[in-house]
Design a protein around this ligand. Structure first.
Ligand SMILES: Cc1cc2nc3c(=O)[nH]c(=O)nc-3n(C[C@H](O)[C@H](O)[C@H](O)COP(=O)(O)O)c2cc1C
Length: 189
């Protein structure tokens, strides 16, 4: 069997599907789903989100230069899909989904209490790429839910069953195949 050659497209999967929370200058807030997000620098810690300008949330990020990335989990799968198909123009997603906004420390956008990790972000650059505008942002603070700390204080994110989006479907991170570096570690060490 060979491989089919397709026209150029986006087939980079799996991806995280995150909930991005935003606020405008009047204090209106919203949540929407973003899969085109990435880690782009270590020091300073930086991430990106690519957003279509027609999204209701777009103007909120654009006018404040702030947003929060809320990591999602198996328990947040329904909310993640809902926030990716419904618009804040038509519904209050926080109320519809009974989700809890809590104040951050650095940005005006609220954080999602139900998420295990919230990244407060401030935009440093906007790239107008075409269909999407990519916001490059510095991470100002990371909020990690103590529910996922073990006895020694180690954060066990994978216990929260992080959500993954792959080729049109959602999956929860499941089977561990090895720890970072396991391929070069000697047995028994
Ligand atoms: C899994 C998934 C991933 C998505 N990723 C993006 C994305 O990366 N960028 C984007 O602009 N829209 C993305 N969307 C679409 C928006 O989340 C969707 O249009 C949403 O309704 C916008 O909400 P708003 O109008 O309240 O801002 C995604 C939707 C889903 C379901």
């Amino acid at each position: 069997m060979g491989k089919q050659i397709w026209k150029p497209g986006n087939m980079l999967y799996p991806l995280p599907a995150v909930l991005v929370s935003v606020a405008d200058r009047e204090g209106n807030t919203n949540l929407f789903t973003v899969a085109w997000t990435g880690t782009i620098n270590s020091d300073p810690p930086m991430v990106s989100v690519s957003v279509r300008p027609e999204r209701y949330s777009y103007h909120m990020i654009d006018e404040t230069g702030e947003f929060v990335i809320n990591l999602t989990t198996e328990a947040l799968a329904y909310a993640t899909d809902y926030c990716g198909v419904k618009s804040g123009r038509d519904v209050n997603k926080w109320q519809e989904l009974k989700l809890t906004p809590i104040a951050g420390e650095h940005v005006g956008a609220p954080m999602l209490a139900e998420s295990p990790v919230n990244l407060e972000c401030r935009v440093t650059k906007k790239l107008m790429l075409g269909t999407h505008h990519m916001f490059l942002a510095e991470v100002l603070a990371v909020h990690a839910d103590e529910r996922y700390m073990d006895e020694s204080g180690r954060f066990c994110l994978n216990d929260a069953k992080p959500l993954v989006y792959s080729h049109g479907k959602y999956y929860a991170v499941g089977k561990e195949l090895g720890k970072f570096g396991y391929s070069v570690q000697k047995k028994g060490r």
